[in-house]
Design a protein around this ligand. Structure first.
Ligand code: BES
Ligand code: ZN
Ligand code: ZN
Length: 499
């Protein structure tokens, strides 16, 4: 989607989109516009402008004018994005690939920062609206008008905001495209998005957007001693991958950049292993690499935006399957850190591969901030449902920074405690730690305590359990599907860090 910024609307044979909140319809600016276009007062009076509602009007000068309702309250990034994504989906057969957007009637957006947020959200939503979940359908797929290379979005704005809007719109497109790409990964089934495919994605993305990617083969994983990843991989027919990505801005010079490390759980399918899961909804376990997708997407978008950070991303990838060679409950395994682990449940596999990812990241890169993201526990879903990710850290400032970023982008997180009293839940008689508490309580917390064991008491580490938010009811597919969660949150966090 090409973006053009203009100060006035010239072409009248266009679809002109105007987002509004209910009160904006009564503003003098909008009334003047209404008069010029001779719009029906009756129709406008009947329009509620509630969140994601639409009114299509024929103007005297402009062929078609579409009002998009944003709802009463200060419109949030999430609501604007949803309204525009839904517009792009619902109206796709009613417009060609050229539309015009005028944001200047939204009453609350008067400063550059708010207009920028509104612009990024709107463009992000339009970009996401081209998403086609039918990856493996054989019938010819009709491309969305915005998916065509000639697609153009013209944004009308005052001169004063032009630069800001241009940058914000670019960010909306860049972010949307990266999200589309990782949504494909999360929605792809376990027989397609195998570890090698995640590795290839990272290699291609790194080449295209300018960051370094190294993918460890099984041989290299073995010689490096990533024993916990290898243990989970024992039951798999697919070779594991350990993906290491590193980004620095092109013209960094000698400037000291904050060094941030990310680890994402890349379980390409989780059967549970020998502690096998029930079959109901097991197909959704193709999404057990939602953490990996967030990390991959964040590497890509950070490189696209050339943020002034030194970013390292690590994705340990394997599926968790059942086989004669698979690890069994009671087995004791080694790990990269040298600590031994008693496997009390093979379905608690994510924390095993993350333990190696975190220990490797910490030892080899020594990041100042260390974050991991994982679809880790059903317990976090039972706690929060689908409204937020669960965040764990002893560093309250880090939690506050993550919360703030998530509140801005609508990818919320909420803290749960990791008090040391919970550590005894993970005590093993035979090894240094066990991987499942065996208790019916505090599952997300004891998982976090397990991970913490492998972070060498890093002072700025946080764990995000995103099992409830990475995959779910999006309103854009019949079954649950990828949400794209995490990229916006992490990139916003990084931006705030260097502000
Ligand atoms: N991948 C699952 C967690 C999960 C559950 C993600 C639901 C998304 C939706 C994870 O590997 C798992 O199986 N966790 C177990 C842990 C238990 C065995 C300690 C769980 O939460 O039941
Ligand atoms: Zn599992
Ligand atoms: Zn899992």
């Amino acid at each position: 989607m090409k973006i053009k910024i203009k100060n006035t609307l010239k072409s009248s044979n266009t679809l002109l989109i105007i987002p509004v909140m209910p009160n904006d319809l009564k503003s003098s600016a909008f009334k003047n516009f209404s008069k010029e276009e001779v719009l029906s007062k009756k129709l406008i009076a009947s329009f509620s402008a509630k969140k994601a509602t639409y009114l299509l009007l024929a103007g005297a000068q402009t062929e078609r004018i579409l009002l998009i309702g944003l709802g009463e309250a200060q419109p949030s990034y999430k609501n604007i994005l949803y309204a525009f994504r839904k517009f792009g989906v619902d109206f796709k057969s009613q417009f060609d690939n050229k539309v015009t957007l005028n944001l200047s009637y939204v009453g609350t957006a008067h400063d550059a920062q708010q207009i920028a947020l509104l612009t990024t959200a709107a463009v992000n939503g339009l970009q996401l609206s081209i998403y086609d979940i039918g990856l493996y359908k054989t019938a010819e797929r009709i491309a969305h008008p915005f998916a065509k290379p000639t697609a153009t979005l013209t944004i009308i704005t005052e001169k004063t905001f032009q630069k800001e809007i241009e940058r914000a719109a670019y960010e909306g497109v860049a972010k949307g495209k990266t999200q589309l790409s990782i949504m494909d990964l999360v929605n792809a089934p376990g027989n397609k998005a195998i570890p090698e495919v995640l590795g290839q994605w990272a290699v291609n993305s790194g080449k295209q957007f300018g960051y370094k990617t190294t993918v460890f083969s099984k041989k290299k994983i073995t010689s490096t001693g990533l024993h916990a990843l290898l243990a989970v991989n024992r039951g798999s027919e697919h070779t594991p991958a350990f993906i290491i990505m590193e980004y620095k801005p092109k013209n960094a010079g000698k400037k000291k950049l904050p060094k941030v490390g990310l680890v994402g759980k890349g379980v390409t399918f989780d059967t549970g292993g020998i502690s096998i899961k029930g079959s109901q909804n097991m197909h959704y376990m193709k999404s057990d690499m939602g953490g990996a997708a967030a990390v991959l997407g964040t590497m890509e978008l950070t490189a696209k935006l050339q943020l002034p950070v030194h970013l390292i991303g690590i994705v340990p990838a394997t599926d968790n399957c059942v086989d004669a060679l698979a690890i069994k409950p009671g087995d004791v395994i080694n790990s990269y850190s040298g600590k031994t682990i008693e496997i009390t449940d093979t379905d608690a596999e994510g924390r095993l591969i993350l333990a190696d990812g975190l220990a490797y990241l910490n030892k080899n890169f020594k990041p100042e901030i260390m974050l991991d993201l994982a679809t880790l526990t059903g317990s976090s879903v039972r706690t929060f449902g689908y409204q937020c990710g669960a965040a764990f850290s002893k560093n309250e400032q880090l939690i506050a920074q993550l919360s703030a970023a998530g509140n801005t982008t609508g990818e919320r997180i909420w803290p749960l405690p990791i008090w040391d009293e919970y550590q005894s839940h993970m005590d093993s008689d035979v090894a240094d730690i066990k991987n499942f508490s065996g208790r019916p309580v505090a599952g997300a917390i004891s998982a976090a305590k397990f991970l913490e064991f492998f972070t060498s008491e890093h002072p700025r580490w946080a764990h995000l359990d995103i099992a409830g938010v990475a995959f779910g009811d999006t309103g854009f597919s019949k079954q649950k599907s990828a949400t794209g969660y995490g990229v916006g949150l992490l990139v916003e966090f990084l931006k705030n860090l260097v502000k």
